[in-house]
Structures are given as structure tokens and as C-alpha cells.
Design a protein around this ligand. Sequence first.
Ligand code: PAF
Length: 276
Amino acid sequence: MQIHHTIASMRAARARAGRVALVPTMGNLHDGHITLMRQAAEHADSVAASIFVNRIQFGPSEDFDRYPRTLAADCEKLAAAGVAHVFAPDEAEMYPQPQRYFVEPAPVHASTLDGEIRPGHFRGVATVVLKLLNIVQPDAALFGKKDYQQLMVLTNMVRELALPVDVIPGETVRAEDGLALSSRNGYLSTAERAEAPRLYRELSALRDELLKPGDHDLLRLETEACGRLPAHGWVPDYITVRRRVDLQPPTQWDEPLVALAAARLGNTRLIDNLEI
Ligand code: PAF
């Protein structure tokens, strides 16, 4: 496995790599990432992973500074998963002068849900992902469904800007108790980790309710699900059902839907979702 710290080195290797699938990450890799790497191998001759903690997608009071940087351990896992290339630039290589050009996602996609709570987040994500796609020039790029809104924004960016890459979604990987794997789970105390699967249980209950035949009072179900969390130490941002295509409120029941949740447990903000 080759590790590239410069754009020039990554590009030179890419030119010799045949069909490439890229898995962009911020490192601190877990089994969810490794599952994406193995899935990527089904779509390409070689798999490339990027590791870059992208300052411009973090808000001023978010966890950029304490986000774990674990490059050596990450590279061991990537090598074991058969990844051929790791692109791991430092900040000066990735943003050599202040980045003054940005990708502005459609407000209808990026100002709802996490975009409303984390202003500028999806602009930062879209900008770095466009830049990574330009550097690596992969044939396919994989993004997990765990970050459902991110996947939706990036799918639309690629389509609307006609980028020559296939976006491939990866299924969320869960611990045995249902908690979606996430780099941020490492912030949880033992007691919080035991409590954390409640978010998934609430989403599952909401989905089960909506799959029952008949009419549903969606607002009541969402409000009740949110309302059950604070007694267990959570500060919910939202539990809501949206249509998958653009994460807007549903207008009819027979369109593909997804239930999404975001809530803080102690100092950790967790998100999860379940397609219905
Ligand atoms: O999902 C992530 O880890 C990041 O948002 C991404 C896509 C690597 C962009 O920094």
C-alpha cells in the first residue's frame, strides 16, 4: 500500500492505477469504513482511501481540535483491507492558500436538518469532496448512508455538476446492540455508550409504526419520539421522517421515506437514520 502526502504523488500513482474507487474519510477508522473499502473493491481495480480532517466542515464550537488523528493505526487497517493507495495530505497541501472558492450546495438540501443546526457544514463537505475527486479522479466514490444528508448532497452535486464519477452508497454498520458505528462513538463514556442505542430503537419504533397499514399522525409520532429522549439524558435536535430524494417533508405515503435522528448525549452529538 502506498501512502501519498502530496497531490503530485497521488496523481502520479492514480495515472497507473486503472479503474479506481475512492473512499473519502477523516480517519479514526472503524468497521463501517472497512466495510466501505471492501465494497469499493467490487467496483474497481484499486481502492484509494483519503484521510483528511477537513477544518472547513466544522463549526467554530465543534470538535475539530479534538477529532482523533490516528494515521498509523488507520493505515494498518487499510493495508489489511487491501487498499492500494492512501491520500493523507496535511492542511497546507490540501489548502495551500486560504480556500476562496467553495461549492455552495442547494439551500433546499443543505439548510435543513443538520444543515440548519451546523451552518456551512455541507458547503465544507461539498468543497473538500469536489477537491478530493479532482485530485484522485476516481471512477467511483463511496459514502456511507450513516451520513444520509451528506450522501444526498454529494449525489446531487455530482449529478448537477456532471462530475465523471459514480456515487455508491454504503449500508450503515451497527454494533450488536444497534448503535451505528461512528468515529464519534469513541467520545462516549461507558454509561453513555450503554445508553446510546436508544436513538436507533426510537427510529426502529417509528419505522414499525409507519409500516402499519392506515393513516399516521406523523407530527405526533415525531414529537413523542423526541419527547422520550430527555428523560434519559439526551438533548434531541430532531427525530423526523423525510422523503429520501431531497430530505423534505413527505407529501405522500408511497414515496421512499427515511427516518432521521440527531441528538446530543453528554458532549457527543450522535446521528442515525433508517430507511422506511
Ligand atoms: O464523512 C466524512 O468522513 C467526511 O464528511 C468526508 C466525506 C470525508 C468529507 O470530509
